[in-house]
Design a protein around this ligand. Sequence first.
Ligand SMILES: [Zn+2]
Ligand SMILES: [Zn+2]
Length: 487
Amino acid sequence: MASAVARVSRSAGRGPLDALDDETLVSLIADAAEVRKNVDLVLAAAAAVVDQRSDRDRGTAGLARRNGHRSATSLLQSMTGQSRSDVTRALRTGRDLLGEAGEGLLPAGGAATDGSPIGTGDRLSGDRDAAPRWRTLLRTALTEGRITTAQHEAIRVGMGDPPVDRYADCDPAVLPAAWARSTETLLEDAGELSVEDLRHAARIARDRLDPRGVTLRFDERFAARSFRRWADAAGQQHAHLTLDDESAAWIDAIGDAALRPRRGPRFVDAGGPAAETASAARDPRSNEQLQYDLVMAVLRVGAAVDPNQAFGDRQPGVRVIVESTVLTQEDAGVAHLEDGGDTLPRHVAEKYLCDAGARVITTDVRGRPLDVGREQRTFTPKQRVAISVRDGGCVGRGCSAPPSWCEIHHIDHWYEHHGRTDVDDGVPLCRFHHLDLHNRGARIVRRRHPQSGVDTYWWQEPADRTTGVIPPPERLRSRSPRRFEAA
Ligand SMILES: [Zn+2]
Ligand SMILES: [Zn+2]
C-alpha cells in the first residue's frame, strides 16, 4: 500500500488533474481506490476498538466521554466527517474484523510492501475457529483486499445469519454449509456487480435457501400495506403508498410502460423508433410526472369499467417464474419475478397460476430449455363473464368486491390435476381473498347435487397442523341477482 500512496501523491502532485494523460489518470484512480480500500479497513477496525473503549460500563472514563462525546459513534462522526450510517457500517465491519475476542486484534496496519494484504497475520485470527464459515470467507476476502468494505457489507447484510431456528426439523449443519457455498458464489460475482446489485443478489441467494423466511417477510410487508391521503397547510394534496412486493411489481410494470419510449430502444435504426424517442425527448414532463399521469389514467380507466364485465383473460405486466418442484413439494422453495429475480412465496405463485395460467417450460439438468409448452388453463373472457354472472363477485366471506376486482380461482390446482378449464371449476375471488386462500392452504370444493345437478361451492380450511383435525367446510354464497327467483 505504501507504494500506492507514493504513486498517488506523485501523480496528484504533478499539476492540475485535468492536465494528466488518460493512462496516468486511470492508474491514479486505481491506486487511490487501492489506498482507500486499505485505509477503510484500518479505520473500520480502529473504530471498533474505539467503540469497545467507549463502553458504557467505563462511564466517564470511556474513550468517547473523555473526549467530550456522548458515544463512540458521535466521536467517530465528528472525527471522520462521515454520516451516522457510514460510521455504523464501519463499526459493523470493524467488529467482524476483530471477531468476538476483543482488543489487541487490530489489523497489522498498512503493510510496508505493495500488494501484500493488511491484517492477515495471526493477530487477526481471534475467534476465527468459532466463527461460521461464511463469515470467515467474507473476512478473509476483505482482509486480502479481494472485496471492499462496501461489498463486504452488501453480502454480510444481504445474506444475514442462517435462520437455523426456523428449520428445527432439519440437520442444523445443512443451512450454514449452504450459506458458505452461496457466499463463495457471491464473492466470485463481486467484481462484476455494483454494490447495489451485489446486495440484491445476496438477498436472492438467501431467499432461495430460506423459503419459510420468504413467506414470513412477504406476509409482514403485505400486512404493512397502506394508502394514506392528506392535504398540507398550503392545500397541496398528497398521498403515501406502502406497497407489498407483488403490488410493487405491478406499479413498476406500469411505470416502465410509461417510460419505455423515453428510455428508447437499445438499438435504433434510422426512422421509426429513433423518431419516437426524439418526440418523447420533446415531452416537457419529468419522468415522475409521466409515471404519475399513467398511474392516474389506469385508475380512471379502472373506475370506469362496467362492474358487471370481468377483465380480460390474461393479466398484463408481471410474470413469475417457478420451478414445478416448488409447487409439488412442501417447503421446496420460492418463485421469482421474471424481471429482477426478486423472490415471492409459493402461495403467491399459486395464485398467479390460478388466475393467469402458466407456460410450462421443460429444462434439462443443466437448466437448458428443452420444450416450451402451451399456455395452460386460463379462462377465456367469455368464461370469465359466465363465472361472474353465476357468482356476482368475490365469494370470499363477507366480501362485496365486484367481478371487475376479481381474479378467477381454479378449484383444482393445475399441477395436481391436469383437468380441463371448465367454468364449473372457476370461482371469482378478490385479490385479498385469493391470496388469503392460497396462503392458508385452503381450498374451494364443488359439490354437485346427484338429482338436481345444481353445484354448490364450499370453503375448506386445511387440517390443523397440531391436532390434524379438519374443520367442516363452509358454504359459499353466490351474490348474483339470479340467485333469486324471477317472476
Ligand atoms: Zn387460486
Ligand atoms: Zn373478497
